[in-house]
Design a protein around this ligand. Sequence first.
Ligand code: AMP
Length: 422
Amino acid sequence: MSTFQAPKGTYDLIPPTSAVYLAVREAISSPLRHAGYGYVETPGFENVELFARGVGESTDIVTKEMYAFETKGGDRLALRPEGTASVLRAALEANLHKQGALPVKLWYSGSYYRYERPQKGRYRHFSQVGAEAIGAEDPALDAELIILADQAYRALGLRHFRILLNSLGDKECRPVYREALQDFLRGLDLDEDTRRRVEINPLRVLDDKRAEVQKQLTGAPLLRDFLCDACRAYHKEVRELLTEAGVAFEDDERLVRGLDYYTRTTFEFVHDGLGSQSAVGGGGRYDGLSEMIGGPELPSVGWALGVDRTVLALEAEGVTLDLPATTSVFAVPLGEEARRVLFSVVTGLRRAGVATDFAFGGRGLKGAMKAANRSGARLTIVAGERDLADGVVQLKDMESGEQVPVPLSEVTSVVQARLGTV
Ligand code: AMP
């Protein structure tokens, strides 16, 4: 029988590179945790209707990319293609919006699934870290989220990313713009699919990447010219707050994003080293989403950053994260008796909080020392029968090569002193 492989469009995170993914998740979530965002975790699947209504019936995500299925019990479910609808559903279900001051600020980290055509940076299973601030209309909240994402990327050492910013208007001004845009688009030479899109979701036509479409879009009405006074003032405030915070951004009139629920502020983080899949993260305001999924009016804003593409961006910029070695001490027993004694030394060190590993499997000294080297441990403990007879182990400093005997009863305290952990 042939061996199995990961399904098309997926890949495994394995050591040592998996440590980079963990560090990226940590770096993205750290600014959120320090800004009052609480952790939320929702199921990997939801009622398919949640996404159809929340993300939008006409979006690619819902029409083409969703892993939707019927369970044996007859429930129509879908693997989550994105996080916002689920997080809002969870907040509404738990009545978080009624339990204290708004906004409810939440962050999450997890796997998402889209049946896409796989290529570098675009997978069928990918991971995101995201944030949602639910229930407040305040330009400072939009600015906060963009600033926190910027902070996360800078903390990782990324430099060649750009922030694209736009406003999509609200329920007052967007319909007026939509009609003007439809009038313009109906006069163009477009294929049937795109003509259908003009009727259902004309803003997304602006996002069409094909040159023959882009060419015809010159002269299309711009949303900027249609924004109502309230949206205009809101957007101005967001821009000023970002500028005051020293966060650079570019105005991008064409930024509409692939999800239907956005209103007012929308933004995308793009990285110039990634080729066609250049968006590393994105988000925006979704003031109408709560009502779309049966909740009360709860103006909200959020973003999701892609972990996979952030890792690719780090590679593209040649940034290597300063990941500390996971093992501080490696124990190498010589002989059966030493195995028992050292194994309990290892357990003692671990209980004292020292990251310790052990040469399992009874290989010889040479193989064991190789494993010790590879572990990145700063100290090795070696013990043979003669050492045990003397009541000591040999403590070796892997950098200097210096080796000293240490009485068995003092191993933990000596190691801690050497590592500077006490
Ligand atoms: P979106 O929900 O489409 O705005 O996606 C937000 C971020 O998630 C993107 O900027 C990407 O970094 C990441 N992302 C979305 N779809 C994929 C995918 N198929 N493969 C890898 N990353 C993705």
